[in-house]
Design a protein around this ligand. Sequence first.
Ligand SMILES: *Cc1c(COP(=O)(O)O)cnc(C)c1O
Length: 414
Amino acid sequence: MKLKKQDSQIYSLINLETERQKNSLQMIPSENHCSPAVREALGSLLTDKYAEGYPGKRYYGGNQFIDKVETLCIERAKKLFKVEHANVQPYSGSPANMAVYVAVCDPGDVTMGMALPMGGHLTHGWKVSATGKFFKPIQYGVDEKTHLICYDDLEKMAREHKPKLIWVGATAYPRIFDWARLGKIADSVGAYLAADIAHIAGLVVGGVHLSPVSFVHIVTTTTHKTLRGPRGGIIMVTKKGIEKDPELPKKIDKAIFPGLQGGPHENAIAAIAVCLKEASAPAFKKYAAQIVKNAKMLAEELKKYGFDIISGGTENHLLLIDLRNKHIFGADAQNLLESIGISTNKNSIPFDPAPPFKPSGLRLGTPAITTRGMKEKEMKQIAAWINEVIENPGNVKKIKKEVTVLCKKFPLPK
Ligand SMILES: *Cc1c(COP(=O)(O)O)cnc(C)c1O
């Protein structure tokens, strides 16, 4: 009520965004709707407190309660992910990944990661990212025919270039990773292996995907994607990581503070703690399983309408469509879907002949619509709408009305 009086411009923009989220389907796979409890912690006056350092070792006074908040968050992360060490201070996923480089690499060291246009993340060594400028990244991709990671090629590359650090994790890869094989490859070349589970963290803790924890040294994640928390990041060290390098937890903590960051956002850390509690409840297992069931149903239905799904389907929360046989670019499909109230994003497909700002693909996912309670039946309907509007853009008005009706039936978390 205060904001409305004090800053009516921001107040009304927040209202407009709230209405947009309510009345359309959020199908960008990296997005979700966190709970009001998470938002309450995020909006608390914990944002006012400086707490540089770590629980029990702060550079400021008055942290007796803040210490308890951060410790609770760390303990919940360790228990949920089954790791030895957790740092919950990264401001987001990218700073978390940067801290891993700072912890285990020197500038100019050889690193390895999946190339961005193949489904990898900027921070895995893509050239415009600082991680591509300060280190020497070798980039792997997927097979041109199967669209799956070719582990034989990856192994050959690792043996040839002897990277200090190998990243595995993706933003647009619809398949599960062979963590056991990756663990062996990293061990054979003496590299640190980091699993970046930003997209799939919710699927891992929900028990639908095999956890990488026993195969890798380091795990990084965002907290706002399938994990359904506030924006943030976590870096974890596994038992295997400590066996390789007993100093690893210390190196990670030092890389975050004082290496890269100043005061931690304790309001966000409190909200992450709330999200971790939610993610350890039995209901979250059901949620995680439904995300994947929904994505699979969506992929199967779209295939029936002749859509070309990269890798032939999905095993996680997202699908990538190669739109070339539908004679529409990703950006145009994104705009068309937006006009009926379905929010997705244009995306490069592996070996995309089109340039990155005009890619041939569309990426969509089910985490947020599954949070609203949608199931297989709704996925069939959504696939039908996607097909209808791409086949017949003249039907926009009619379909948008139908989408709004569905949105009313499945409100945002209350
Ligand atoms: C989203 C993502 C990140 C970065 O997260 P931000 O919070 O946007 O900085 C890092 N790695 C992967 C694989 C991601 O999908």
